[in-house]
Write a protein that binds this ligand. Structure first.
Ligand code: URA
Length: 346
Protein backbone atom coordinates (compact mmCIF):
# COMPACT_ATOMS: atom_id res chain seq x y z
CA UNK A 1 0.00 0.00 0.00
CA UNK A 2 1.41 3.44 -0.83
CA UNK A 3 2.58 5.47 2.17
CA UNK A 4 -0.03 8.18 1.75
CA UNK A 5 -2.89 5.67 1.98
CA UNK A 6 -1.67 3.77 4.99
CA UNK A 7 -3.84 5.86 7.27
CA UNK A 8 -6.95 4.52 5.51
CA UNK A 9 -6.41 1.26 7.36
CA UNK A 10 -8.08 1.34 10.76
CA UNK A 11 -5.39 -0.76 12.35
CA UNK A 12 -2.55 1.39 11.09
CA UNK A 13 -4.35 4.54 12.03
CA UNK A 14 -4.89 3.34 15.56
CA UNK A 15 -1.39 2.03 16.04
CA UNK A 16 0.10 5.24 14.63
CA UNK A 17 -2.00 7.44 16.83
CA UNK A 18 -1.43 5.40 19.95
CA UNK A 19 2.31 5.36 19.42
CA UNK A 20 4.37 7.30 21.94
CA UNK A 21 5.69 10.63 20.67
CA UNK A 22 8.33 10.06 18.03
CA UNK A 23 11.85 10.20 19.34
CA UNK A 24 13.44 10.66 15.99
CA UNK A 25 12.08 13.80 14.73
CA UNK A 26 10.73 17.21 15.05
CA UNK A 27 7.61 18.96 13.89
CA UNK A 28 6.24 18.99 17.41
CA UNK A 29 4.77 22.44 17.10
CA UNK A 30 3.23 22.11 13.67
CA UNK A 31 -0.48 22.15 13.24
CA UNK A 32 -3.07 22.20 10.51
CA UNK A 33 -4.42 25.67 10.86
CA UNK A 34 -7.93 26.82 9.93
CA UNK A 35 -9.50 25.94 6.72
CA UNK A 36 -9.82 26.99 3.18
CA UNK A 37 -10.82 23.76 1.53
CA UNK A 38 -12.54 20.50 2.28
CA UNK A 39 -9.08 18.89 2.27
CA UNK A 40 -7.99 21.24 5.00
CA UNK A 41 -11.10 20.43 6.99
CA UNK A 42 -10.50 16.72 6.58
CA UNK A 43 -6.90 17.08 7.64
CA UNK A 44 -7.85 19.18 10.66
CA UNK A 45 -10.59 16.73 11.60
CA UNK A 46 -8.04 13.97 11.54
CA UNK A 47 -5.83 15.99 13.83
CA UNK A 48 -8.71 16.50 16.23
CA UNK A 49 -9.24 12.76 16.22
CA UNK A 50 -5.55 12.23 16.93
CA UNK A 51 -5.68 14.78 19.72
CA UNK A 52 -8.67 13.08 21.31
CA UNK A 53 -6.87 9.78 21.15
CA UNK A 54 -3.74 11.22 22.71
CA UNK A 55 -5.99 12.56 25.45
CA UNK A 56 -7.13 9.08 26.32
CA UNK A 57 -10.02 8.34 23.97
CA UNK A 58 -9.51 4.91 22.48
CA UNK A 59 -11.08 3.50 19.36
CA UNK A 60 -11.69 -0.21 19.41
CA UNK A 61 -11.78 -1.60 15.88
CA UNK A 62 -14.71 -3.90 15.25
CA UNK A 63 -16.73 -4.96 12.27
CA UNK A 64 -19.48 -2.45 13.03
CA UNK A 65 -17.13 0.50 13.24
CA UNK A 66 -17.01 2.84 10.26
CA UNK A 67 -13.69 2.63 8.49
CA UNK A 68 -11.52 5.70 8.22
CA UNK A 69 -12.24 5.74 4.49
CA UNK A 70 -16.00 5.78 4.93
CA UNK A 71 -15.68 8.36 7.70
CA UNK A 72 -13.72 10.56 5.32
CA UNK A 73 -16.19 9.97 2.51
CA UNK A 74 -19.07 10.97 4.75
CA UNK A 75 -17.26 14.10 5.77
CA UNK A 76 -16.14 14.88 2.24
CA UNK A 77 -19.67 14.54 0.92
CA UNK A 78 -20.61 17.55 3.00
CA UNK A 79 -18.31 19.73 0.94
CA UNK A 80 -19.44 20.00 -2.62
CA UNK A 81 -17.20 22.56 -4.27
CA UNK A 82 -14.71 20.77 -6.50
CA UNK A 83 -12.68 23.97 -6.68
CA UNK A 84 -11.75 23.59 -3.02
CA UNK A 85 -10.45 20.05 -3.14
CA UNK A 86 -6.77 20.81 -3.76
CA UNK A 87 -4.72 18.85 -1.31
CA UNK A 88 -7.14 15.93 -1.24
CA UNK A 89 -7.02 14.47 -4.69
CA UNK A 90 -4.40 14.62 -7.37
CA UNK A 91 -7.04 16.04 -9.69
CA UNK A 92 -7.25 19.12 -7.53
CA UNK A 93 -3.52 19.75 -7.47
CA UNK A 94 -2.31 22.46 -9.73
CA UNK A 95 1.05 23.66 -10.78
CA UNK A 96 2.90 26.22 -8.70
CA UNK A 97 0.65 28.71 -7.07
CA UNK A 98 1.33 32.38 -6.89
CA UNK A 99 -1.39 34.17 -5.05
CA UNK A 100 -1.54 37.64 -3.68
CA UNK A 101 -3.22 36.75 -0.40
CA UNK A 102 -1.11 37.48 2.63
CA UNK A 103 1.79 38.65 0.55
CA UNK A 104 2.54 41.62 2.72
CA UNK A 105 3.37 39.33 5.63
CA UNK A 106 6.60 37.97 4.24
CA UNK A 107 7.49 39.45 0.93
CA UNK A 108 9.81 42.19 -0.04
CA UNK A 109 8.24 44.79 -2.27
CA UNK A 110 9.90 43.34 -5.34
CA UNK A 111 8.58 39.83 -4.78
CA UNK A 112 6.40 39.70 -7.87
CA UNK A 113 9.23 40.58 -10.18
CA UNK A 114 11.53 38.19 -8.38
CA UNK A 115 9.15 35.27 -8.49
CA UNK A 116 8.62 35.88 -12.19
CA UNK A 117 12.18 34.76 -12.71
CA UNK A 118 10.81 31.28 -12.07
CA UNK A 119 8.66 31.55 -15.20
CA UNK A 120 7.55 29.92 -17.39
CA UNK A 121 6.44 27.13 -15.07
CA UNK A 122 4.96 29.31 -12.37
CA UNK A 123 1.29 29.86 -13.05
CA UNK A 124 -1.61 31.54 -11.37
CA UNK A 125 -3.11 29.11 -8.87
CA UNK A 126 -6.82 28.75 -9.43
CA UNK A 127 -8.65 30.30 -6.53
CA UNK A 128 -12.11 29.39 -5.39
CA UNK A 129 -13.92 31.33 -8.05
CA UNK A 130 -17.33 30.71 -6.60
CA UNK A 131 -16.71 32.63 -3.42
CA UNK A 132 -13.75 34.95 -3.68
CA UNK A 133 -12.93 36.06 -0.18
CA UNK A 134 -11.56 39.54 0.48
CA UNK A 135 -10.05 38.33 3.75
CA UNK A 136 -8.19 35.08 3.09
CA UNK A 137 -8.29 32.36 5.70
CA UNK A 138 -5.09 31.54 7.55
CA UNK A 139 -4.71 28.49 5.37
CA UNK A 140 -4.61 30.41 2.11
CA UNK A 141 -1.22 29.61 0.60
CA UNK A 142 1.02 32.59 0.93
CA UNK A 143 2.28 34.26 -2.21
CA UNK A 144 5.51 32.88 -3.54
CA UNK A 145 8.26 33.95 -1.22
CA UNK A 146 11.64 34.93 -2.60
CA UNK A 147 13.72 36.33 0.20
CA UNK A 148 16.90 35.39 -1.64
CA UNK A 149 15.96 35.95 -5.25
CA UNK A 150 19.47 36.64 -6.56
CA UNK A 151 21.33 33.78 -8.23
CA UNK A 152 23.51 31.63 -5.98
CA UNK A 153 26.72 33.52 -5.26
CA UNK A 154 29.90 32.26 -6.90
CA UNK A 155 30.07 29.79 -9.72
CA UNK A 156 28.85 26.26 -10.16
CA UNK A 157 31.83 24.00 -9.40
CA UNK A 158 32.81 20.75 -11.13
CA UNK A 159 31.52 17.76 -9.19
CA UNK A 160 34.95 16.73 -7.85
CA UNK A 161 35.39 20.18 -6.35
CA UNK A 162 31.92 20.08 -4.85
CA UNK A 163 32.81 16.80 -3.14
CA UNK A 164 36.05 18.25 -1.80
CA UNK A 165 34.37 21.43 -0.58
CA UNK A 166 31.58 19.45 1.12
CA UNK A 167 34.16 17.20 2.81
CA UNK A 168 36.05 20.16 4.11
CA UNK A 169 32.88 21.86 5.36
CA UNK A 170 31.87 18.61 7.03
CA UNK A 171 35.16 18.62 8.96
CA UNK A 172 34.48 22.15 10.19
CA UNK A 173 30.96 21.17 11.24
CA UNK A 174 32.29 18.12 13.11
CA UNK A 175 34.40 20.40 15.31
CA UNK A 176 31.79 23.11 15.75
CA UNK A 177 31.09 24.31 19.29
CA UNK A 178 28.99 27.37 18.48
CA UNK A 179 26.04 25.98 20.45
CA UNK A 180 27.49 24.89 23.77
CA UNK A 181 24.38 22.93 24.80
CA UNK A 182 24.20 20.97 21.56
CA UNK A 183 27.93 20.37 21.22
CA UNK A 184 28.16 19.01 24.77
CA UNK A 185 25.45 16.38 24.37
CA UNK A 186 25.77 15.22 20.77
CA UNK A 187 27.36 11.88 19.88
CA UNK A 188 28.42 13.36 16.57
CA UNK A 189 27.31 15.95 14.04
CA UNK A 190 25.07 14.91 11.16
CA UNK A 191 26.26 16.81 8.10
CA UNK A 192 24.14 15.40 5.27
CA UNK A 193 24.55 12.88 2.49
CA UNK A 194 23.60 12.08 -1.07
CA UNK A 195 24.40 13.04 -4.61
CA UNK A 196 26.83 15.94 -4.95
CA UNK A 197 24.92 17.02 -8.07
CA UNK A 198 21.33 16.62 -6.96
CA UNK A 199 18.34 17.91 -8.80
CA UNK A 200 16.38 17.59 -5.53
CA UNK A 201 17.43 18.37 -1.98
CA UNK A 202 15.36 17.37 1.05
CA UNK A 203 15.93 19.80 3.89
CA UNK A 204 15.03 18.56 7.39
CA UNK A 205 15.06 20.02 10.85
CA UNK A 206 17.67 18.36 13.06
CA UNK A 207 19.00 14.88 13.76
CA UNK A 208 17.05 12.54 16.01
CA UNK A 209 18.37 9.73 18.18
CA UNK A 210 19.21 7.33 15.35
CA UNK A 211 20.87 10.03 13.29
CA UNK A 212 22.93 11.14 16.28
CA UNK A 213 24.03 7.52 16.77
CA UNK A 214 24.90 6.83 13.13
CA UNK A 215 25.98 10.26 11.88
CA UNK A 216 23.59 9.91 8.92
CA UNK A 217 20.46 11.96 8.21
CA UNK A 218 16.98 10.45 8.13
CA UNK A 219 17.70 6.88 9.20
CA UNK A 220 15.07 6.58 11.96
CA UNK A 221 11.33 6.03 11.59
CA UNK A 222 10.75 9.45 10.01
CA UNK A 223 13.64 8.75 7.67
CA UNK A 224 12.08 5.50 6.57
CA UNK A 225 8.85 7.31 5.74
CA UNK A 226 10.84 9.99 3.91
CA UNK A 227 12.55 7.31 1.85
CA UNK A 228 9.12 5.96 0.85
CA UNK A 229 8.02 9.47 -0.08
CA UNK A 230 11.13 9.98 -2.21
CA UNK A 231 10.53 6.66 -3.98
CA UNK A 232 6.85 7.50 -4.47
CA UNK A 233 7.86 10.45 -6.63
CA UNK A 234 10.05 8.19 -8.77
CA UNK A 235 13.36 9.22 -7.25
CA UNK A 236 16.00 7.20 -5.50
CA UNK A 237 17.34 8.22 -2.12
CA UNK A 238 20.91 8.07 -3.43
CA UNK A 239 20.09 10.50 -6.25
CA UNK A 240 18.93 13.27 -3.95
CA UNK A 241 20.75 15.06 -1.13
CA UNK A 242 19.49 15.04 2.46
CA UNK A 243 20.53 17.62 4.99
CA UNK A 244 19.23 19.31 8.11
CA UNK A 245 18.92 22.87 9.27
CA UNK A 246 20.77 22.09 12.50
CA UNK A 247 23.59 19.57 12.50
CA UNK A 248 23.42 18.42 16.13
CA UNK A 249 20.62 16.57 17.88
CA UNK A 250 18.71 18.88 20.22
CA UNK A 251 18.36 17.13 23.60
CA UNK A 252 15.05 15.35 23.99
CA UNK A 253 14.29 16.10 20.34
CA UNK A 254 13.11 19.56 21.21
CA UNK A 255 12.86 22.04 18.36
CA UNK A 256 16.12 23.84 17.66
CA UNK A 257 16.21 27.29 19.24
CA UNK A 258 16.44 30.35 16.98
CA UNK A 259 20.05 30.99 17.99
CA UNK A 260 20.92 27.38 17.13
CA UNK A 261 19.38 27.79 13.69
CA UNK A 262 21.29 31.04 13.29
CA UNK A 263 24.56 29.33 14.26
CA UNK A 264 24.04 26.64 11.64
CA UNK A 265 22.82 28.99 8.89
CA UNK A 266 26.30 29.41 7.44
CA UNK A 267 26.64 25.63 7.15
CA UNK A 268 23.36 24.83 5.45
CA UNK A 269 23.58 27.88 3.19
CA UNK A 270 27.07 26.87 2.06
CA UNK A 271 25.89 23.31 1.43
CA UNK A 272 23.04 24.59 -0.74
CA UNK A 273 25.33 27.01 -2.54
CA UNK A 274 27.66 24.13 -3.43
CA UNK A 275 24.84 21.76 -4.42
CA UNK A 276 22.72 24.31 -6.33
CA UNK A 277 19.71 22.02 -6.60
CA UNK A 278 16.84 22.75 -8.92
CA UNK A 279 14.37 21.98 -6.12
CA UNK A 280 14.53 22.15 -2.33
CA UNK A 281 11.86 20.30 -0.38
CA UNK A 282 11.63 21.79 3.12
CA UNK A 283 10.39 19.24 5.62
CA UNK A 284 8.44 20.88 8.40
CA UNK A 285 8.19 24.35 9.83
CA UNK A 286 11.71 24.74 11.19
CA UNK A 287 13.50 24.23 7.87
CA UNK A 288 10.85 26.09 5.85
CA UNK A 289 10.91 29.09 8.12
CA UNK A 290 14.70 29.10 8.32
CA UNK A 291 15.22 28.91 4.56
CA UNK A 292 12.44 31.30 3.59
CA UNK A 293 13.03 33.58 6.59
CA UNK A 294 9.34 33.44 7.35
CA UNK A 295 7.25 32.93 10.45
CA UNK A 296 4.33 31.38 8.59
CA UNK A 297 3.05 27.90 9.31
CA UNK A 298 3.39 25.01 6.91
CA UNK A 299 -0.35 25.35 6.36
CA UNK A 300 0.35 28.73 4.76
CA UNK A 301 3.65 27.94 3.07
CA UNK A 302 2.62 24.69 1.37
CA UNK A 303 1.04 24.38 -2.08
CA UNK A 304 3.15 27.18 -3.50
CA UNK A 305 6.60 27.32 -5.05
CA UNK A 306 8.93 29.69 -3.30
CA UNK A 307 12.39 30.73 -4.39
CA UNK A 308 15.78 30.44 -2.77
CA UNK A 309 18.44 31.78 -5.13
CA UNK A 310 18.19 29.57 -8.24
CA UNK A 311 16.23 26.81 -6.49
CA UNK A 312 12.49 26.34 -6.39
CA UNK A 313 11.33 25.56 -2.87
CA UNK A 314 8.30 23.73 -1.55
CA UNK A 315 7.32 23.32 2.09
CA UNK A 316 5.66 20.09 3.17
CA UNK A 317 4.75 18.47 6.47
CA UNK A 318 7.66 16.78 8.21
CA UNK A 319 7.60 12.97 8.00
CA UNK A 320 7.76 12.76 11.82
CA UNK A 321 4.60 14.87 11.92
CA UNK A 322 3.01 12.60 9.32
CA UNK A 323 3.76 9.59 11.52
CA UNK A 324 1.86 11.22 14.36
CA UNK A 325 -0.86 12.69 12.17
CA UNK A 326 -1.50 10.22 9.36
CA UNK A 327 -4.38 12.22 7.94
CA UNK A 328 -1.95 14.92 6.90
CA UNK A 329 -0.34 12.42 4.51
CA UNK A 330 -2.90 13.32 1.89
CA UNK A 331 -1.81 16.94 1.98
CA UNK A 332 1.86 15.94 1.79
CA UNK A 333 1.13 13.69 -1.15
CA UNK A 334 -0.69 16.53 -2.90
CA UNK A 335 2.38 18.73 -2.37
CA UNK A 336 4.68 16.06 -3.76
CA UNK A 337 2.42 15.66 -6.77
CA UNK A 338 2.69 19.40 -7.35
CA UNK A 339 6.46 18.93 -7.32
CA UNK A 340 6.29 15.93 -9.66
CA UNK A 341 4.19 17.83 -12.14
CA UNK A 342 6.47 20.83 -12.14
CA UNK A 343 9.64 18.72 -12.38
CA UNK A 344 8.24 16.42 -15.05
CA UNK A 345 8.61 13.31 -12.86
CA UNK A 346 6.49 10.36 -13.89
N1 URA B 1 14.26 14.47 11.38
C1 URA B 1 14.98 15.40 10.73
O1 URA B 1 14.53 16.53 10.52
N2 URA B 1 16.18 15.07 10.31
C2 URA B 1 16.70 13.87 10.46
O2 URA B 1 17.81 13.68 10.03
C3 URA B 1 15.91 12.92 11.13
C4 URA B 1 14.70 13.23 11.59
Amino acid sequence: MPWWREHDENSILISDLNAPPSTDGPGKHEFVSPFQSSGDILAASGELLAHLQRSGLRFVPNSAAASMASWEQTLAAQFTSPATSAGVTSAGVTSAGVTSAGASEVLPENHVAASQTLAPTLQERPRDRQQPSPTPSRLTPVASSSVNSAPYPGVSLPVAEVVTALDSLSQSVAGCTRCKALASCRTQTVFGEGSPQPRFVFFGEAPGAEEDKTGRPFVGAAGQLLTKMIEAIQLKREDVYLLNTVKCRPPGNRNPAPDEVANCREYFETQLQLLRPEYIVCLGAVSSQALLQSKLSIGRLRQTFHQYHDSKVIAIYHPAYLLRNPDAKRAAWADLQMLMKDAGLR
